[in-house]
Write a protein that binds this ligand. Structure first.
Ligand SMILES: NC(=O)c1ccc[n+]([C@@H]2O[C@H](COP(=O)([O-])OP(=O)(O)OC[C@H]3O[C@@H](n4cnc5c(N)ncnc54)[C@H](O)[C@@H]3O)[C@@H](O)[C@H]2O)c1
Ligand SMILES: O=CCCC(=O)O
Length: 501
């Protein structure tokens, strides 16, 4: 057995509950093993982790019809409090399977299929559960209003109802949390769902579905259709029984799905690509800043839509900032997700590695300098070392296009006005970061950044309670937070007249 095979064996043997590595679809309340399967690769080794059922158009249609057949009954037969209690049970089951004293289950599978370091995978399972727990609390609080009527003897009120069947399409970078951030509010509101999980990381989705059914949700309320057949998946955007489509992924696919969804006027929620600016002013606390840059830039090896993509540093502190960032980056260790020293996992596939290399060579050709990292190693797995480039010109490809990899590109600026223009000079508007000790400047610049989320003096912008979403080509709709459930609801106004006759 080669070293890689041994590693693979050891990881799989850690899966005490092998039942959680499920390669089936979940349609019409039963697990279905399709004859046609697609391979799922482990990014740490490039080897096949397993083969998963490849759903076709008829499977999507069956899943949609099946979940539609139970949606109204599910909503009418439960109160918000009861749906909240089901979510609470689901949350508890997710956390119970995150880790136990003998072995580690959900987080190991997540790390294997995505490649992220075990600590990050463990954290993601908790992050995924936090949305379930949050919406367990929100479900009983779907308040409406009573509205003073302008007509005598009349009462007006509004109530919130579920939009209906929801199509859910998510990406591979957060195989669990992107699903619960959508499915928990949908189920809490009284909707039912058909999920098309990412084909790179379908196993976490299957675990979540299994645990949701174990928690007591009606078996047909959650359906899972893994597929490599993108055309079949677009059924979620065109089928008239689907009333809402919620998508997280690239801007191009999001636009295409929104266009298709317009045919049946579905509600649409889009969490799309980013190109986050991170601004460091000369009065910033550099310890806080470096910690923030590492957290923002290198989370999930740079593969999050909110990762800092362009780092703008005020000219007078560029040298000191670069020195300190290089020191911090030199302490990161890239390697296989389940190796205990790893802080940076592999990228998702070879084309992700190639994209980082392209951004580096473009920046170098335009005058940038490699401070650390810079070249992909040979060997198995899709690795790229954490890299810092300095003197990156503001027209380099990396400032225009989201790298989605571990490349910190440092550009310099002189004035506040100049950097606000640079930060906003992008079609995207998801997250933005700024570091400064001047409170007036923090508020002033935050107000002018054209993004959906601003982080000030921290690299952490994502939290269950904070509205997550973008503006411009980064999409629309908000997830998590007090707004997340209304994305899955419609408002019905009820007017009762002639009260005194
Ligand atoms: N805003 C956010 O919350 C957020 C979160 C994560 C990722 N992203 C963005 O996602 C991108 C990276 O993820 P990706 O490469 O998986 O994106 P992607 O758009 O290729 O894929 C996302 C999902 O859509 C599916 N898909 C792809 N083409 C489809 C089609 N024609 N019809 C139906 N489904 C289709 C994929 O299988 C996957 O499940 C980045 O741009 C990143 O910024 C955004
Ligand atoms: O990739 C983007 C979403 C991850 C997050 O919630 O921060």
């Amino acid at each position: 057995m080669t070293g890689l095979e041994q590693y693979h064996q050891d990881a799989l043997s850690k899966l005490r509950n092998k039942e959680l590595l499920i390669g089936d679809a979940f349609i019409d309340g039963v697990w279905v093993s399709k004859e046609k399967k697609f391979p799922v690769y482990e990014p740490s080794t490039g080897t096949i982790l397993g083969n998963v059922s490849n759903c076709e158009l008829a499977d999507f249609q069956k899943a949609i019809e099946s979940t539609e057949s139970v949606q109204e009954e599910y909503f009418l037969s439960t109160t918000g409090a009861q749906r909240g209690a089901l979510l609470r049970k689901w949350n508890d089951l997710i956390l119970a399977n995150q880790h136990d004293s003998k072995s580690i289950i959900f987080a190991v599978i997540l790390s294997l299929e995505n490649g992220k370091p075990y600590a990050e995978a463990f954290g993601e399972v908790a992050y995924a559960a936090s949305f379930v727990s949050w919406f367990a609390e929100e479900a009983p609080r779907a308040y409406g209003h009573t509205i003073p009527s302008a007509t005598p003897n009349t009462m007006v009120s509004d109530v919130r109802e579920p939009v209906g069947v929801c199509g859910i399409i998510t990406p591979w970078n957060f195989p669990a949390a992107m699903i619960t951030r959508k499915v928990a509010p949908a189920l809490g509101a009284g909707c039912t769902v058909v999920i098309k999980p990412p084909s790179e990381t379908p196993y976490s989705c299957a675990i979540l579905a299994k645990l949701a059914i174990e928690a007591g949700f009606p078996p047909k309320s959650v359906q899972v259709c893994p597929t490599k057949d993108r055309k079949a998946a677009t059924e979620l955007a065109t089928n008239p029984l689907v009333k809402k489509i919620s998508f997280t992924g690239s801007t191009g696919v999001g636009k295409m799905l929104a266009t298709l969804a317009a045919g049946t006027l579905k509600k649409v929620g889009l969490e799309l690509g980013g190109n986050a600016p991170l601004i460091v002013f000369d009065d910033a606390d550099l310890d806080v800043t470096i910690e923030g840059v590492i957290a923002s830039k290198f989370r999930c090896s740079g593969q999050t839509c909110v990762c800092a993509n362009r780092i703008y540093v005020q000219r007078s502190i560029e040298k000191e900032f670069t020195k300190r960032l290089v020191e911090a980056v030199s302490r990161l260790e890239y390697g296989r997700g389940l190796d205990c020293t790893t802080t940076q996992g592999p990228l998702v596939n070879q084309s992700a590695v190639d994209k980082v290399a392209t951004h580096i060579s473009d920046a170098l050709a335009k005058g940038a300098k490699v401070e650390i990292g810079g070249e992909a190693p040979n060997g198995a797995g899709y690795f790229f070392p954490p890299t810092v480039l300095s003197s990156v010109p503001t027209d380099a490809l990396v400032t225009i296009d989201e790298t989605f990899g571990p490349l910190a590109a440092i550009c310099t600026f002189d004035t506040e006005e100049e950097v606000i223009k640079l930060a906003n000079d992008t079609e995207f508007g998801l997250a933005g970061y700024l570091f400064s000790k001047n409170i007036g400047r923090c508020h002033r610049v935050a107000a002018r950044m054209k993004v959906g989320m601003v982080a000030v003096n921290t690299g952490k912008v994502s939290a269950t309670e904070a509205p997550f979403g973008g503006v411009k080509a980064s999409g629309y709709g908000r997830e998590g937070s007090l707004y997340g459930m209304e994305e899955y609801q419609v408002i019905k106004a009820i007017t009762v007249g002639n009260l005194h006759r």
